[in-house]
Ligand binder design. Structure first.
Ligand code: SF4
Ligand code: SF4
Length: 104
């Protein structure tokens, strides 16, 4: 499991660094986020959901059918969208109403 951080999109807010339970994310001298040891990431997805610039993606492993797909989130109001970009170019979007996320 691992994440990828797009430094071009990063605005240096530090939210991913603050939320990572393993303190795996740092800010470089340009105030851009990076992860030094990506293999230490256990995929909690906290940083992905926290990033306001949509700069962090999560690699979906083959074990869950990902085969190189990347997922990131975008948020509008109560709706959290999980956006999966597949290697062949297809994009899948799954919308979750966070007000109803503890319903079941
Ligand atoms: S997914 Fe979780 S463990 Fe991995 S870098 Fe992000 S916050 Fe840290
Ligand atoms: S949360 Fe996003 S924008 Fe903020 S420092 Fe991390 S990667 Fe950059």
């Amino acid at each position: 499991m691992s994440i990828a951080i797009d430094k071009q999109k990063c605005i240096g807010c530090g939210r991913c660094r603050n939320v990572c339970p393993g303190s795996l994310i740092k800010l470089d001298s340009d105030n851009r986020a990076y992860i030094k040891y990506p293999k230490d990431c256990w995929g909690c997805t906290s940083c992905i959901k926290e990033c306001p610039a949509y700069a962090i993606s999560f690699y979906l492993g083959a074990d869950i059918g990902g085969m190189g797909s990347l997922v990131h989130t975008e948020k509008k109001g109560d709706i959290l969208s999980w956006i999966i970009d597949k290697p062949e170019g297809e994009t899948i979007k799954i919308d979750i109403n966070q007000k109803e996320s503890n319903k079941y």
